[in-house]
Design a protein around this ligand. Sequence first.
Ligand SMILES: Cc1cc2nc3c(=O)[nH]c(=O)nc-3n(C[C@H](O)[C@H](O)[C@H](O)COP(=O)(O)OP(=O)(O)OC[C@H]3O[C@@H](n4cnc5c(N)ncnc54)[C@H](O)[C@@H]3O)c2cc1C
Length: 397
Amino acid sequence: MGRIVIAGAGYGGVMAGKKFENSHTPFVMINKHSYHQFITWLHEAAGGRNHVDDYKVELTDIFTRHGTMIVKDEVTGIDRQENKLLTIRGSYPYDYALIALGSAPEFFGIPGLSEYSMQLRSLETARQIRTRIEREFARFKDHKEKSKLRIVVGGAGLTGIEFVGELLEWLPKLCAKLDISSSSFEVITIEATDSILPALMPSLQKTARDILEQKGAKIMTSTKIERVEEGRVYLGSGEVIEAGTIVWTGGVRANTVLSQAGLTCDRRGRAQVNDYLQSIDDERLFIIGDCASLIQSGKPLPPTAQMATQMGQLAAKNILALLTNESMQKFHPKMLGTLASLGSGQGVGTFGRFKTSGTTAGLAKDLTKVKYLYQLGGLRMVTHIRKPLLKQTAWQV
Ligand SMILES: Cc1cc2nc3c(=O)[nH]c(=O)nc-3n(C[C@H](O)[C@H](O)[C@H](O)COP(=O)(O)OP(=O)(O)OC[C@H]3O[C@@H](n4cnc5c(N)ncnc54)[C@H](O)[C@@H]3O)c2cc1C
């Protein structure tokens, strides 16, 4: 039996691990934390919906079979001569390694953006954003500076828009709790391109925009952020916006481990893979999710959880095929649709071939939650371990 090491227990890594466990194949999984975090629902955690710690599940609750070794450590490099993954605490030899280390924010060289904005990337950052907003609102009674109740969200992709939807639902409740007028806060989205939610068709983009603007959001498209300072966003137009909280959601780039290992990467640092999801430079490395650049129909596949989970399943299947001298399969993604939530129980998007919006889209989005939890750990995960996550869903509002 070959030695298999999975680097990263995100959407791609855990799906690969489930596949290995189901085929009784031992593997080592190295992850920064002892838990898997539900990154696609972090806007809920940052936007006050449930307790932040509800958005994670211990890896030992997902992987329960004998033969699985879970290591809490940080991957720092890949030694391709010796076939070893290097970590802070040691090294892990492999016959096949599956790299699923996700991504980091892309700041596009905008001065001050990385220093003075917060990013929604992990449980920790979600907690920091939420704490920051709660603190700014709690202090308002003393200083009465309205700009501190202004939240600027840079980027109007899925992450930014879902976060804005969540804020518009949470902030009126926070104001009521702190006895502040709910007309005092402001949520502003700033987007460089001329539309929001680029993954959706124009009619759905318009629906989402209308819903959010009706709820009070200010959405500025075709507007570039030039520079950021503490509490200040400078726009290309010359306008300066003061804000108590600045959150950047405008782009991602892959983990730097890939380029440092000398792999061929695209301009966002994603390693190029073949149709079997192997690095084009090294057939012992399978690279998936936000770390992988796979060109199909002339474009790289989008960095989404949907792609990462499907890639994780296929990469594991292909490694198993190599170990048993069978043929590998090519990656043919199933585009299941894109759903954006706009607060609890509301959304917009596509589900299969169908367009949907309002509570139906919210319900569809919540069903994807149930489906994912079920994939991770069956009914036990849905009804017991992560049940709190199903509070405030479409069927409860
Ligand atoms: C707020 C938000 C909402 C989103 N909504 C959606 C959505 O609705 N639908 C959708 O399809 N996509 C969505 N996405 C995108 C989606 O989350 C990513 O595309 C997906 O997480 C990528 O999966 P992955 O397995 O490649 O990486 P990740 O899920 O990011 O997993 C990477 C793992 O590697 C670990 N790790 C990182 N570096 C190291 C290291 N050096 N050593 C060890 N471990 C390490 C991390 O802790 C993590 O566990 C959203 C993203 C955000 C931020």
